[in-house]
Design a protein around this ligand. Structure first.
Ligand SMILES: Nc1ncnc2c1ncn2[C@@H]1O[C@H](COP(=O)(O)OP(=O)(O)OP(=O)(O)O)[C@@H](O)[C@H]1O
Ligand SMILES: [Mg+2]
Length: 381
């Protein structure tokens, strides 16, 4: 077994040691340590590696890429911390993942426009305009505001720096103006997407006399920063409660995008993406079942759909059954809340999937006569 003191990767278990060391150092976020270990691996390729020369070349390339990569481009030093403590005020994600984002077409178009602006900034400058540097995202919980910031960062190949304003404002109110400023300065120091999440936190407690002074200071810090935000980093603010924001603040953003609850088309697309990612054969979902689920999940947020999918796939694995059956049972359950809706589920299973009464009964978890009666009420039998 690898020991913590391993100094060479020459031994039989060298590869194992190297991986463990990398994980140990990497999970601490110790970038310099990872690079040191990589250099050592370059010198002593573990005997278990089949093609040492190719491994050296690949390792070298990975190191060069990292050196030019986003992670190292911050000139503002380390991530700012709270006072003298080691508590980091912001979260830095060097490889943000926004894959699978589904928004209504107009919202996607607008995001695409932002990417185009960044791509063609020179053309914009020649035309005498700048590009969008700041974006206000609003919308109900679970529609993908945070995910959109990840998607933007990923698409722009930039790291994502996240500052959760609600936690900064609530935990360290006295010093939050200073803390926010520190993170903004950090984010400005290198190209990145800065997400100011739960942005309304700076507006929420305005009636609370004790806090008014500090919150005013914070709002002022943010106002000034929005005006002079550089075009090397994209500032994204996300909020569930845009109406709580001071109009002076809301007006300062270059763009404002409201994300709506997903429609049936979007719900179906989110499900399709989730299902495509399912690794076992039980994961397949036909488009007709997807459409059925989409129809029966009116009022579900995008995040509700993803959560429902996880639940369904877990159940399918545990029960060793196929995921379509579990999905159907789930919409039958949604429908069961009122008998009219259940009738509709039964009628749809009959009409869209052409299932027999017996199959419907088994899938919905009701008796055979109940199915017959429901279909009769629906005028189908
Ligand atoms: N538009 C979307 N397309 C695909 N998946 C989504 C979408 N919105 C949300 N999800 C899923 O739900 C999860 C949570 O969404 P996210 O945190 O982005 O929502 P939010 O709008 O920021 O919510 P909150 O207001 O609660 O912060 C995502 O990680 C993703 O799995
Ligand atoms: Mg969020």
């Amino acid at each position: 077994m690898a020991t913590h003191r391993s100094s060479s990767y020459h031994s039989e278990d060298g590869l194992e040691r190297a991986v463990l060391d990398l994980v140990r150092v990497g999970t601490r976020g110790h970038g310099a340590g990872v690079r040191q270990l990589a250099s050592r691996l370059l010198r002593t390729v573990p005997p278990a590696v089949p093609d040492p020369e190719a491994f050296r070349v690949a390792l070298h390339e990975a190191m060069v890429m990292a050196a030019g990569g986003a992670e190292l481009r911050f000139t503002g030093g380390a991530i700012p911390t709270e006072g003298d403590t080691a508590i980091e005020l912001a979260d830095v994600d060097a490889t943000p993942d926004g894959d699978g984002l589904v928004l209504e077409p107009t919202a996607m178009t607008e995001l695409g426009e932002i990417l185009d602006e960044w791509e063609r900034r020179d053309d914009l400058y020649r035309a005498g305009v700048g590009l969008s540097r700041t974006l206000l995202l609003s919308g109900p919980p679970g529609v993908g505001k945070t995910m959109t910031a990840r998607w933007l960062a990923q698409s722009l190949s930039l790291p994502l720096v996240t500052l959760d304003l609600s936690s900064v404002v609530s935990s360290y109110l006295g010093s939050s103006g200073r803390n926010i400023k520190a993170v903004l300065d950090y984010a400005k120091s290198g190209p990145c997407v800065l997400l100011l999440d739960e942005f309304d936190a700076i507006a929420k407690r305005r009636d609370d006399d004790a806090d008014i002074g500090e919150l005013k200071r914070i709002v002022n810090v943010v106002l000034v920063e929005l005006d002079r935000w550089p075009d090397t980093s994209l500032l994204v603010a996300a909020t569930n409660h845009p109406q709580l924001l001071d109009p002076a603040v809301a007006r300062r953003f270059d763009r404002s995008l409201e994300l709506a609850m997903p429609g049936a088309t979007e719900r179906s697309a989110i499900l399709a993406y989730a299902a495509a990612g399912a690794t076992n054969t039980a994961g397949g979902v036909s488009s007709s079942i997807r459409a059925l689920v989409a129809d029966f999940t009116e009022g579900y947020s995008s995040s509700d759909i993803v959560r429902m999918w996880s639940l369904v796939i877990r159940r399918a694995v545990l029960r060793d059954t196929n995921v379509e059956d579990v999905l159907l049972a789930e919409i039958a359950r949604i429908g069961a809340a009122n008998s009219q809706a259940r009738d509709k589920v039964i009628a749809e299973l009959h009409a869209r999937l052409g299932l027999s009464n017996r199959e419907i009964a088994a899938r919905v978890g009701v008796s055979h006569p109940t199915v017959a009666a429901a279909l009769k009420r629906a005028g189908k039998n």
